[in-house]
Design a protein. Structure first.
Length: 212
């Protein structure tokens, strides 16, 4: 916050800034959006988990000790500028368990792709309600449910998939981020921490700053 004020031509002592932030939060004019981030939006983001409930239940039942996270493009369909007609589910877990998970989900009726790249996706990946892409997990500071990914994680993963397999174009991605952060409150700090782990923090932060 202090760096932002300096960049915009204002000067403020750290003590005065802390007091001002305290008063603004107390009066519910601003709300915390992660360490060092604030929002004027009171309502926190509520993610629809129904599209991934079945698959997460199946995986947990078969592999009760497996750590994984799961999300589907269907969960965020209302934030697209161009509403998609087909959806795809992503599951992230330890790379050593990807093949076992692929075998199990295939036997369960899903169309599973094991860590495909752009060229492979262009050749044979079909978007379908039963389509699942498996990826090796990346360290993430979870806040709540460890199986169903939070919006902060989804936005970063979606950016990676936009880059890796052309899931959507970058303008559509920016529109999704804009629709999310301007209509509900997410934890920006958690999202940027994860983006750092995925080596795209600068890109995500630039997009967020342009929006807000």
């Amino acid at each position: 916050m202090q760096k932002y004020l300096i960049r915009t031509g204002f000067s403020s002592k750290k003590e005065s800034l802390i007091k001002s932030l305290y008063r603004l939060k107390k009066d519910q004019i601003i709300y915390e959006a992660g360490k060092g981030w604030y929002s004027t939006i009171k309502g926190e983001f509520k993610l629809n988990t129904k599209p991934v409930e079945k698959i997460t239940h199946l995986i947990r039942k078969k592999f009760p000790l497996l750590e994984f996270s799961c999300w589907s493009t269907e969960q965020i369909k209302n934030y697209f500028h161009h509403l998609p007609s087909q959806f795809i589910t992503f599951v992230y877990t330890d790379k050593d368990f990807l093949q076992s998970l692929k075998d199990f989900l295939t036997e369960s009726g899903y169309i599973v792709y094991l860590n495909p790249r752009k060229r492979e996706v262009e050749k044979y990946v079909e978007l379908d309600k039963k389509a699942v892409i498996l990826r090796p997990s990346i360290s993430y500071r979870r806040r709540t449910n460890q199986y169903r990914a939070e919006m902060e994680k989804i936005l970063v993963d979606l950016c990676m998939e936009t880059q890796n397999i052309n899931l959507i174009d970058m303008e559509e991605y920016k529109k999704i981020v804009s629709n999310v952060v301007l209509n509900s409150r997410i934890n920006i700090a958690v999202m940027l921490d994860y983006a750092h782990n995925r080596k795209i923090k600068g890109r995500i932060q630039t997009i967020v700053m342009k929006i807000i």
